[in-house]
Design a protein around this ligand. Structure first.
Ligand code: ADP
Ligand code: ZN
Length: 604
């Protein structure tokens, strides 16, 4: 079988994506390779297709035991002979898999690094034919990566023990240091490196300041992705729990996931998330790696992560299937103040602090940027991009710049005057003074006598709040991490003295529903308009089949394949086979039931 034949017959796909074909050719020619592709870029086929085309059993090293089973069942749905070996398996199951392996009955074996390198196993497999070692999530081998796993370092022996077997390292982390480390630590200096574009065209990126975070989250889900699967990332365990509760109160099927939950609960929640439709996972960054669920429609951040890398990795979990998806970042001055405080008070060496400070500042700048978000993200990964895009808030509704020098002067001056009595005040108090409010706290400090009292009545309170946030974010004032009390920084003086202008942007509030342009984007997914009612019926059928076979629904067919069915309404087995994602095995297994459902609709 050639790679092209495998692609068409086994997977039912019409053509290769991006660099898939080049990577496959390198591996088929026996060369070591490293593939850097974003999540959803189609890494799995890069090793699965050579495994099908070459003789023997390809070994796939994967760090997440709990997810191997899902991958194996997805392959079985394609008629591929695959199995997993790991420490979570029952002895009987282990024996059976071992037997299949040594009898040469498997095309692919998924295994954990510790199991692979365990006593005697490498000796044992030297007796069988191995055409390829594929190392998934290869950044785990690097100390520089964001997810170092010591057990991965043992993989250095593979090249020594099996010098002729090609190695394929796969990762979605593009960072240069990590990349060099992977090749070095795997003893594969000759590896050919393939770097795909990191753009994720189907993800719409947005960011907004938090003012009423709960409302903002609910509004976002209700208007953009009602009923869809999604992930809500939070900085703390407590917040993950709290948002899960909130969403449940509002009728969503929401769960929490963080390191504070016991292993069983974590596994159970993860299982529900992958197997059911429309589940929202509220999680800390402990969640997500290796989740192959293709139909995650949104990733929301309720707090600023630590770096652009972390942010990109986490948002990348949306829309693996290529259908329209969202990455929404809610950020606040408190997050930045807190994260800055963590860095300053940590025991890390000054050099590391400098790096961390820079990383945080880059992400804070991204959050506040009025420019194209996709461009900012891709430039960060040293990739060019010609803005505007058609999938970020700033390109879809460009923010309106305006001169805010006078109001900023009023604000800074008020911070300065109020703070004189060796006591500093928070932003709300300053705003109350500017608005000339008749409040007890103002009387108590005699602030009604300040020259800045009531000088800001021509500007609405909400504008003052956003200006205060901008003042903190841009470093004109510093907020005390504990009491949020404001003090001027040296950067404030040129503004106060009129030597420097301040320009702010008015960010247009998100519309109630999708904007026209966004709707158009959703429709330009190169797919004829699907029949919605039929799509829902096909989903229900898929759900029933998946339940019966005890696999996640997407393993039966992807949303994309169902949408295509609902649009094209194939009438014959031949036409059904032409749907992207219908391979020989699934055709045999499912054509009849799906055709029946599709044509039932036609007759009504
Ligand atoms: P990654 O591991 O890089 O995140 P996957 O291998 O999981 O990506 O692939 C992402 C999705 O794209 C999967 O649903 C997969 O079936 C689909 N896919 C992969 N290659 C192709 C292709 N050539 N044509 C159509 N769909 C593909
Ligand atoms: Zn853009």
């Amino acid at each position: 079988m050639t790679p092209q034949e495998a692609l068409n017959k086994v997977y039912g796909y019409h053509s290769f994506l991006g660099l898939q074909e080049s990577v496959i050719n390198a591996v088929m020619a026996g060369r070591d390779a490293m593939a850097l592709m974003p999540t959803g870029g189609g890494k799995s086929l890069c090793y699965q297709i050579p495994a099908l085309c070459l003789e023997g059993t390809a070994i796939v090293i994967s760090p997440l035991i709990s997810l191997m089973q899902d991958q194996v069942s997805a392959l079985k749905q394609l008629g591929i002979k695959a199995a997993a070996l790991n420490s979570l398996m029952e002895p009987a199951q282990l024996r059976q898999t071992n037997a299949e392996l040594f009898e040469g009955k498997l095309d692919l074996l998924y295994i954990s690094p510790e199991k692979l390198c365990s006593e005697g196993f490498l000796d044992a497999i030297s007796r069988i034919k191995i055409p390829l070692f594929a190392i998934d999530e290869a950044h785990c081998i690097s100390q520089w990566g964001h997810d170092f796993r010591p057990e991965y370092t043992q993989l250095a022996v593979l090249k020594q023990r099996f010098p002729r077997v090609p190695l394929l390292a796969l990762t979605a982390t593009a960072d240069e240091l990590t990349r060099k480390d992977i090749v070095k630590n795997l003893n594969a200096p000759q590896a050919q490196i393939f770097i795909a574009s990191f753009d994720r065209p189907n993800i719409t990126y947005s960011a907004a300041i938090k003012d009423q975070e709960k409302k903002q989250l609910l509004h976002f889900i209700e208007t953009k992705h009602p009923g869809a699967s999604g992930i809500v990332y939070c900085l703390s365990r407590k917040r993950a729990e709290r948002f899960a509760e909130l969403l449940k109160e509002h009728g969503y099927n929401a769960l929490a996931y963080h390191a504070g939950l016991d292993g069983d609960t974590r596994r159970k929640n993860q299982d529900i998330f992958t197997r059911q439709e429309g589940v929202i996972m509220c999680a800390t960054n402990a969640f997500g790696m290796g989740i192959h669920k293709p139909d995650v429609r949104f990733v929301v951040h309720m707090d600023l992560p630590k770096s652009v890398e972390a942010y990109y990795q986490e948002t990348g979990r949306a829309g693996r299937d290529g259908l329209p998806s969202s990455a929404m970042l809610f950020y606040g001055t408190k997050d930045i103040v807190q994260l800055r405080h963590f860095i300053e008070t940590s025991n890390a060496p000054e050099k590391q602090k400098t790096i961390e400070r820079q990383k945080l500042n880059m992400l804070a700048a991204y959050a506040q940027s009025p420019g194209c978000r996709r461009k900012t993200l891709l430039n960060y990964f040293a990739q060019d991009y010609a803005a505007p895009c058609d999938g970020c808030d700033n390109c879809l509704t460009p923010p309106q710049p305006f001169d805010a020098t006078l109001n900023m002067q009023k604000f800074l001056s008020c911070v300065h005057r109020a703070a004189q009595a060796s006591f500093a005040f928070g932003a709300q108090h300053i705003i109350d003074i500017l608005l000339g409010k008749d409040l007890e706290k103002i009387q108590k400090f005699g602030h009604q006598n300040l020259s800045t009292f009531a000088i800001g009545q021509d500007t609405p309170e909400s504008d003052w709040k956003s200006l205060a946030q901008q003042a903190i974010l841009s470093g004109l004032v510093r907020a005390d991490p504990e009491h949020s009390a404001l003090t001027l920084t040296p950067a404030a003086w040129p503004v106060l003295k009129g030597l420097q202008k301040v320009q702010l942007c008015k960010f247009v509030k998100p519309a109630k529903a999708l904007s026209k342009k966004e709707k158009r984007n959703q429709q330009t997914q190169q797919m004829p308009a699907a029949d919605n009612a039929l799509f829902e019926r096909l989903r229900a059928l898929r759900r029933a089949l998946a339940e019966r076979e005890n696999v996640p629904p997407y393993v039966v067919f992807s949303d994309k394949a169902l949408l295509e069915m609902a649009a094209l309404k194939p009438k014959t087995t031949q036409a059904f086979a032409d749907i992207n994602g219908v391979g020989a095995f699934k055709l045999e297994k499912y054509a009849a039931v799906f055709l029946e459902e599709i044509n039932k609709g036609e007759q009504e």
